[in-house]
Design a protein around this ligand. Structure first.
Ligand code: NAD
Length: 509
């Protein structure tokens, strides 16, 4: 099904590993990558052994010594070429993303577009990376701060954005003068190999060291090597909150830095002043897009009682029209979950909802029969619940949407929205300026992303992306997120013939 694409992306269809070489040495155990679309094994992939890891690190360190001295705009030129290559490979890589991960072809291509967009952003950034100049209190002195590269950056990524998250990190890290070692999800190794091959090709074309971009494949043990390694000053980790809590502790124990992009429990508040047509589109896409497997997926709708029945009825109607099936076919809205373990979590959550007092108004369930042979296709579900239920407080990475009613003013809705441990994405649907501004104020949403009249799902690369509380506090992508990939240095220059001390202190010899 995907052989032609694998060929075009320069990777072989079987036993991918040391034989294909470039920038990732693999002599460890074999794992298989199979598609949740049809359950077929796509390829066997060789993982990195600990010795491979040590070799990779040595190579990365050597490459860093060279790369940090390349002027930033020239580093940007490498990213420009990489972005252009991605433009030409967008349909091919997009299809691999869709087939290996299970998201729709449109979303697979959208993910590659995000890679292209971050490359464009990083190219511009490579001519900026601004520090500030500061007025000195001492005569004939000048102060400024500047940003230097940090070193070897470890990137750990999740299965649901198998290519974009790496690109967000790598495009920025590279223009900042860092080099990258990437540990992708063990569930999507082929997407990672494809990305690595594309960037390796550009580095080769520019006669740059291949160790600027490195790949290590394997499960969490391989990730732990990075996390514990004092040679890696920054770990950027995307995944579950459970993973982030472990990673954060180990990196902090060695006083390393981390960027943590963890789970969400995102809500849309629907007020009496909402445009209900827009609301339905935003809520349904947010809840069922990528089969509910986005960190920004809409999990909760907090609906005012005056519009509750109307919203509920339009959601039930919309869900009845959803087409579930092969995500590579454009007519389908919902594809599979990543694997059967994810299906088991989803089914457990459905039974927990009822045990804890919730009511399923669109019953979900596993789909079987023709077209669903992988055992990964489920029906999106909707449940009426209360916010305090344990199951509602957790992120279930599947298409389950919770409806929660509120009676009072917008502050009551905001309190419900904030009353979870996670703090990634949030939204309010309202045409009432007062409500909108309250939602964005200091007493409003406590999330890293807060939207007015847009759903919770997805983001543009121009803004900083990330969330608060158990979402981890990290920021990636746009705005000034690049600063996390550099070290700041404050410089004071004395061009006088005196040596005045700061704060007027005198020291006579
Ligand atoms: P996961 O936590 O199971 O795995 C993520 C990555 O971490 C994988 O590469 C895994 O091998 C690695 N890993 C796991 N434990 C580790 C450890 N102790 N040390 C080092 N590495 C370790 O997550 P997943 O199932 O792949 O992805 C789904 C989760 O990711 C959801 O919770 C989702 O919300 C979150 N996510 C968050 C964002 C964000 O930007 N906030 C983006 C995408 C996904």
């Amino acid at each position: 099904m995907i052989k032609q694409e694998l060929k075009e992306l320069g990777i072989l269809a079987t036993n991918l590993g040391s034989s294909t070489g470039q920038n990732w040495f693999a002599t460890g155990a074999d794992i298989t990558s199979s598609s949740p679309v049809d359950g077929q094994v796509i390829a066997t992939v060789t993982c990195s052994s600990h010795n491979d890891y040590k070799d990779i690190c040595a190579q990365a360190k050597k490459a860093y010594a060279i790369w940090r001295l390349v002027p930033a705009p020239q580093r940007g030129e490498v990213i420009r070429l990489f972005g252009n290559k991605l433009r030409s490979l967008k349909p091919t890589l997009g299809k691999l993303v869709s087939y290996e991960m299970g998201k729709s072809l449109q979303e697979g291509m959208g993910e590659v577009q995000e890679m292209i967009d971050i490359c464009d952003f990083a190219v511009g950034l490579s001519r900026q990376l601004y520090g500030s100049t500061i007025h000195s209190e001492r005569p004939s002195h000048r102060m400024y701060d500047q940003y230097h590269p940090l070193g070897v950056v470890g990137v750990i990524s999740a299965f649901n954005f198998p290519v974009a998250v790496w690109a967000w990190n790598t495009a920025l890290a590279l223009v900042c003068g860092d080099v990258v070692i990437w540990k992708p999800s063990e569930k999507t190794p082929l997407c990672a190999i494809a990305c690595q091959q594309i960037l390796a090709g550009i580095l080769k074309q520019k006669e740059l060291p291949e160790g600027i971009s490195n790949l290590i494949i394997g499960d969490k043990t391989v990730g732990e090597w990075l996390v514990h390694d004092t040679n890696i000053p920054l770990i950027s980790a995307t995944g579950s909150t459970a993973m982030g809590k472990t990673v954060a502790q180990h990196v902090a124990a060695r006083l390393g830095r981390s960027i943590l992009e963890l789970g969400g429990n995102n809500a849309i508040i629907i007020t009496p002043d909402a445009d209900l047509k827009m609301t339905t589109i935003g809520a349904v896409f947010g809840a069922v897009g990528t089969a509910g497997q986005r960190c920004t997926s809409t999990r909760r709708l907090i609906i005012h009682e005056s519009v509750y029945e109307q919203v509920k009825a339009s959601l039930i109607k919309a869900y009845a029209q959803l087409q579930i099936g092969d995500p590579l076919l454009p007519e389908n809205h919902v594809g599979p979950l990543i694997d059967q373990k994810a299906v088991a979590h989803y089914l457990d959550a459905l039974s927990e909802i009822e045990k804890q007092g919730g009511k399923l108004i669109v019953t979900g369930g596993l789909l079987t029969g023709k077209g669903f042979e992988s055992g990964c296709y489920v029906k999106p579900a909707i449940a009426e619940v209360e916010n305090h239920y344990d199951i509602v407080q957790q992120e279930t990475f599947a298409p389950i949407l919770y409806l929660i009613k509120y009676q009072g003013d917008v502050m009551e809705a905001i309190a419900i929205q904030n009353d979870v441990k996670q703090g990634l994405s949030s939204a309010i649907m309202t045409n009432n300026l007062r409500e909108a501004e309250l939602f964005l104020s200091a007493q409003g949403s406590d999330c890293g992303i807060a939207n007015i009249n847009i759903g919770t799902s997805g983001a543009e690369i121009g803004g900083a992306f990330g969330g608060e509380k158990e979402t981890g506090g990290g920021r990636e992508s746009g705005s000034d997120a690049w600063k996390a990939y550099m070290r700041r240095q404050t410089n004071t220059i004395n061009y006088s013939t005196e040596l005045p001390l700061a704060q007027g202190i005198t020291f006579n010899l």
